[in-house]
Write a protein that binds this ligand. Structure first.
Ligand SMILES: Nc1ncnc2c1ncn2[C@@H]1O[C@H](COP(=O)(O)OP(=O)(O)OP(=O)(O)O)[C@@H](O)[C@H]1O
Ligand SMILES: [Mg+2]
Length: 462
């Protein structure tokens, strides 16, 4: 576990030392600053779980420091230390948002308890914040970007299905956002507090898929040493997202049909049927009506699933969404890689708007991630895009290089080498389909050297 970080703001050196020692003994990581100005500058640079603030400080008063902290870090947990007899000041600090206070001299044990409680509260608040972000921020409708007629139509359908339990079938090419829409439906529905369970039906052998869906009883087959719950039971009360449903075998399809009709099923090797309350959202990149015609998909199951169809058109049929998506992903990746990108050059934008995007939004997302990692300055240029988007095969490198009088030759050489190395590493990783050993071999590097370079260039999280 990461030790909680505590900032002690105290001008009396021996008192500060004593407090820090006590914090460190508790397993916290304490830092000491002697005045308010330094406290504020530390808080700008570092994150702390708790601030212990003496109210009597030189120059800037503790009360002013508190006001300042609360303005820039409204969620910060601050404990005040006051001189004996100044309770009215302490009360004012509480009104200004301090969590608690001690008056000097204080009992170290009492202080320990208050601090432990304050840290616990801070941790809980943090958890609530993350949960809220997950539910509203990341999984909300506002996270689905697009103003095209097609996508607006999709939003309208979503609004009509969130409040009831109708089965939804989402179709669209790979990378168009099927899973994202399924998440939006679940997290905006009354089932949002119950689980969203996902299962991809592609590339799972039939018997395994059935035990994944319905679970099995102990002893149902060799190796079934204890009962295992299937996704249907795990999703009880919530939503089951069946991805790539078009790839399900006919035998499993008929078992699925029974659950949809009777709301019950048997575990593999089970004797008693199990009843569940599950909403089904299914997705496929296949044309299911064609699969029905070909005898690969049961027509009755198709009608059961296709109560509300949502078709997400490929990106090339809604090019007006491309600039918005570029902006959206740019924001995300700038923050992730701590880079400041002001804009994308007109040429690069044109290329992207006119490209065919066979991999749809996922491909666009990857291209922007790569461009943000690669870009050397605050503008993303055409040559930061993969060659197939630049439209000229094998021309992914900047062909011209202008000397920059503002920078030393040494610095320019370093930047250029880093740039070239990054591009070649990415190219090798692409060709090796992400396998580092293979990429290292292509580059004639040891795995360790490749790893170190990837680490230095921020490529490890790819
Ligand atoms: N309209 C959109 N706005 C923002 N992000 C999107 C949008 N559509 C898709 N994405 C993002 O693109 C990526 C691919 O989306 P998703 O996984 O939902 O696609 P999919 O249709 O399930 O693809 P596949 O068929 O390959 O599984 C995800 O990171 C998703 O967040
Ligand atoms: Mg998917």
């Amino acid at each position: 576990m990461i030790p909680p970080k505590v900032l002690v703001v105290e001008d009396d050196a021996s008192m500060g030392f004593f407090l820090c020692e006590a914090m460190n003994k508790e397993g916290y990581q304490a830092s000491l600053v002697p005045n308010g100005e330094e406290a504020l500058s530390r808080l700008r640079r570092d994150e702390f779980d708790l601030v212990i603030l003496d109210l009597k400080l030189p120059r800037m008063s503790g009360m002013d420091v508190l006001t300042n902290i609360k303005r820039t870090h409204p969620d910060a947990t601050v404990i005040i230390v006051t001189a004996h007899g100044s309770e009215s000041v302490a009360l004012e600090a509480l009104r200004k948002g301090a969590y608690d206070y001690f008056s000097k001299p204080f009992e170290i044990d009492e202080m320990r308890i208050v601090i432990r409680r304050a840290l616990e509260k801070a941790r809980l608040q943090q958890e609530v914040r993350e949960l809220r972000e997950r539910v509203e921020g990341k999984k909300g409708l506002q996270n689905i970007v697009g103003k095209s007629k097609a996508l607006q139509g999709v939003f309208e359908v979503i609004q009509t299905v969130v409040d009831n339990d109708v089965t939804v079938l989402i179709t669209g090419e790979s990378g168009t956002g099927k899973e994202l829409i399924a998440e939006a439906i679940h997290y905006n529905s009354p089932r949002r507090a119950s689980p969203l369970v996902k299962l991809s039906c592609v590339a799972i052998p039939e018997t395994l898929l059935e035990s994944e869906l319905f679970g099995y009883e102990k002893g149902a087959f060799t190796g079934a040493t204890k009962r295992k719950l299937g996704k249907f039971e795990l999703a009880d009360g919530g939503t089951l997202f069946l991805d790539e449903i078009g790839d399900m075998s006919l035998a499993t399809q008929s078992k699925l049909l029974r659950v949809l009709q009777d709301k019950e099923f048997d575990r593999v090797g089970g004797v008693e049927p199990v009843r569940v309350d599950v909403r089904i959202v299914a997705a496929t990149h296949r044309d299911l009506t064609q699969s029905v015609r070909d005898g690969k998909f049961r027509e009755d199951l198709f009608f059961r699933l296709n109560v509300i169809p949502i078709r997400i058109p490929p990106l090339r049929e809604r090019r007006e969404d491309i600039p918005l998506l570029i902006e959206h992903f740019l924001r995300i990746f700038q923050a992730r890689y701590h880079k400041k990108i002001d804009r994308i050059s007109e040429g690069a934008t044109d290329r992207m708007v006119n490209y065919a995007w066979p991999g749809n939004v996922r491909e666009l997302e990857n291209v922007l991630q790569r461009a943000v990692v690669l870009s050397r300055d605050s503008v993303i240029q055409e040559w930061d895009l993969p060659s197939e988007i630049q439209g000229q095969k094998g021309e992914a490198f900047p062909r011209t290089f202008h000397l920059d009088d503002e920078r030393s030759l040494g610095e320019q050489m370093k930047r250029l080498i880093i740039d070239v190395e990054k591009r070649l590493i990415l190219e090798a990783l692409d060709r090796a389909k992400g396998k580092r050993e293979e990429a290292a071999r292509l580059l004639n590097l040891s795995i360790k050297t490749l790893y170190n370079k990837m680490k230095r260039y921020g490529l490890l999280s790819r």
